[in-house]
Ligand binder design. Structure first.
Ligand SMILES: [Zn+2]
Ligand SMILES: [Zn+2]
Length: 341
């Protein structure tokens, strides 16, 4: 599976929407997973395809595990109830009407479903959020406006429309040791209501408190994408980071809004295949040092290691900043190409 995590380091010395790509440990080089982490992590040689946007990244996000664990006060992964939990092998792979399931498909596996309209005419984005960490409506509006802009240019074909549904409130507490992929998949198993089916494509966003388990003083994860349709926003971290990075009086609200919208768009860009994650490149613009990311620094899908300067730059120009960071030409060209193979 691929996991994309977006780092938080944005504002503080970290890169906000930058995404670095994933690490892999030598002993996992033979696995079939790849991890891409937004942070200082190195591209892994494994093929599990996880991409984590974080600034720390020395560990690799692990695929969900199903063994029983003691969750209390540990960093162990939370497991779905044994009697009901789907396993990776038995998970209904694709959808079609299934309810309350976990999407275990790899990032990039649903690119055609999102961009084209031959199978799915509309897009539903289901958003569940932890108590106290409801999404910013303004941020989601800015994100949706970007999708509508792509739709108006026929880059994103959903004639039936795009709907973002802020759905259930989650009362589960964050794991003591920080979130891991399996924990987030447990929430997905418990709360997700919609899978792709009929004529509707579906993406699933989780907004949670707490923090990514790899967070450190060097960087914190703002968001992560980890399946063909699933991503999580670490809302508490987003709020902490943007508030602290605001340097111009009166601009904190806008800065937080732009950061949140941009993180959502950055992670969603991973889900829909960018960069070189399922959406074919028309030119070679993948950042070699941060796989899964665009090498255009003006693109929302860009990752930079110069986190401090990026944070400072954003905070100092927030007055004239757009509501959400834009896609660069290279990514827009890739989106156009999928419709004209
Ligand atoms: Zn990323
Ligand atoms: Zn780009």
């Amino acid at each position: 599976m691929r996991v994309f995590v977006l780092l938080s380091a944005l504002l503080f010395g970290a890169s906000v929407w930058g995404v670095a790509c994933g690490p892999s440990s030598p002993d996992e080089s033979s696995s079939e997973q790849q991890t891409v982490v937004d942070g200082s992590q190195q591209e892994g040689t494994s093929s599990s395809e996880q991409v984590a946007d974080n600034a720390t990244g020395n560990e690799q996000a692990q695929p969900p595990e199903r063994e029983p664990v003691d969750n209390a006060g540990t960093t162990e992964q939370v497991n779905p109830p044994k009697d009901e939990a789907p396993t990776k092998d038995e998970a209904p792979a694709q959808d079609e009407g299934s309810k309350t399931k976990v999407d275990f498909t790899p990032i990039g596996s649903r690119v055609e479903e999102f961009f084209k309209d031959d199978k799915y005419k509309s897009l539903l984005i289901e958003v569940d959020y932890a108590k106290g960490y409801k999404p910013s409506q303004e941020a989601l509006d800015a994100f949706k406006a970007k999708l509508e802009e792509l739709r108006s240019k026929s880059l994103f074909k959903k004639p039936g429309g795009i709907q973002i549904k802020i759905d259930q409130e989650i009362t589960d507490q964050p794991p003591a040791g920080g979130w891991k992929i399996a924990d987030l998949q447990q929430l997905e198993f418990n709360y997700r209501q919609n899978m792709p089916g009929g004529t509707q494509a579906v993406a699933y966003f989780l907004y949670v408190g707490g923090n990514w388990h790899e967070d450190s003083s060097n960087g914190r994860v703002l968001g992560i994408a980890y399946s063909g349709s699933t991503m999580t926003v670490f809302k508490k971290t987003v709020d902490d980071v943007c508030s602290s990075a605001s340097i111009i009086p009166g601009t904190t609200q806008k800065l937080c809004r732009v950061v949140e919208a941009s993180i959502v768009l950055h992670e969603f860009a991973h889900i829909i295949g960018m960069t070189n994650l399922g959406l074919k490149m028309t030119t070679n613009h993948e950042d070699e040092a941060h796989k899964g990311h665009c090498n255009n620094k003006d693109c929302v899908n860009y990752w930079t290691n110069n986190q401090s300067s990026m944070a400072g730059a954003l905070g100092s120009v927030i007055g004239s900043a757009p509501d959400v960071l834009p896609f660069g030409k290279e990514c827009l060209d890739d989106m156009a190409a999928i419709h004209n193979p």
